[in-house]
Design a protein around this ligand. Structure first.
Ligand code: AKG
Length: 256
């Protein structure tokens, strides 16, 4: 669970990094499960095409709904929580693939724009292997213009990119994570990640959460073909704004 100082820091900066979640044996267990999925699906697909696989893969469901992770999300979003999606971002070593500066909520078609992503580190994530970078506080009150990246290798769905000026880019912070830790970031925070220059894989599972009072926009997500399959993972859903999916697997209650 986050302490009051961490909650204030998240509200002010738009992110929190280095939150320990898993025990040592669990870290290896989940990495082995991802390795097996990667071996079945192939590396190309494993980069960014493993989306919403928590409906079939119990290990993804268990990471995404780990009680400690949900406690962190509850601390910033309140008690009634929908999980919108899971998505692996996996960058292999010595490739030019990168994630351009963007705000998650630009194309997601939800209103108001309130969302938190938990990024679970399957592998250690550091400067050399292209950890996520965020620009603290930057323009969280408004949606920025997204253009198209002119650099090859942007892993984002519609090649979107915010043109961040050098004085803003200077303020970027690395989200350094050891395997088994999580970071949290606000869906309006500007973030991205550079290429993986190391010889090591950098794999993270993103899990997207909203409070139940957020609504899907009638027009739906723009340009990305996204369809939310929301699941109630904490509390109740008094508003009923999304057509809920049933739990694919039971929710665990033990924090051990
Ligand atoms: O994992 C990355 O490098 C980027 C993740 C990201 O852009 C996101 O969580 O929205």
């Amino acid at each position: 669970m986050l302490n009051e100082g961490q909650i204030q820091e998240y509200r002010r900066e738009g992110f929190l990094s280095g939150i320990p979640l898993m025990r040592h044996d669990q870290i290896q267990y989940y990495r082995d499960r991802f390795d097996a999925l990667e071996a079945r699906e192939g590396r190309d697909k494993s980069q960014v095409e493993l989306v919403d696989r928590h409906f079939e893969e119990p290990f993804i469901w268990r990471i995404a709904t780990h009680p400690g992770l949900l406690d962190c999300v509850e601390a910033v979003l309140g008690p009634n929580i929908l999980m919108l999606s899971t998505h692996f971002f996996c960058k292999y070593g010595r490739q030019e693939n990168f994630v351009a500066w963007h705000q998650d909520l630009r194309y997601w078609g939800i209103d108001p724009p309130v969302e938190v992503t938990a990024w679970y580190a399957v592998d250690d994530s550091d400067r050399e292997n292209g950890c996520m970078r965020v620009i603290p506080r930057l323009h969280r009150d408004r949606m920025l213009q997204h253009g198209k990246s002119d650099q090859q290798g942007n892993l984002l769905s519609v090649n979107q990119e915010i043109d961040v000026c050098p004085s803003e880019e200077e303020k970027a912070v690395d989200c350094l994570l050891k395997a088994g830790e999580i970071s949290l970031h606000d869906g309006m925070l500007v973030h991205g990640s550079p290429p993986n220059r190391s010889g090591r894989r950098r794999c993270g599972l993103t899990v997207r959460f909203i409070p139940t009072w957020v609504k899907p926009l009638a027009s739906g997500p723009e340009g990305t073909g996204m369809r939310w399959r929301a699941i109630l993972v904490r509390g109740a859903d008094p508003e009923g704004n999304f057509q809920l999916q049933s739990l694919p697997f039971p929710l665990e209650t033990s924090r051990g």
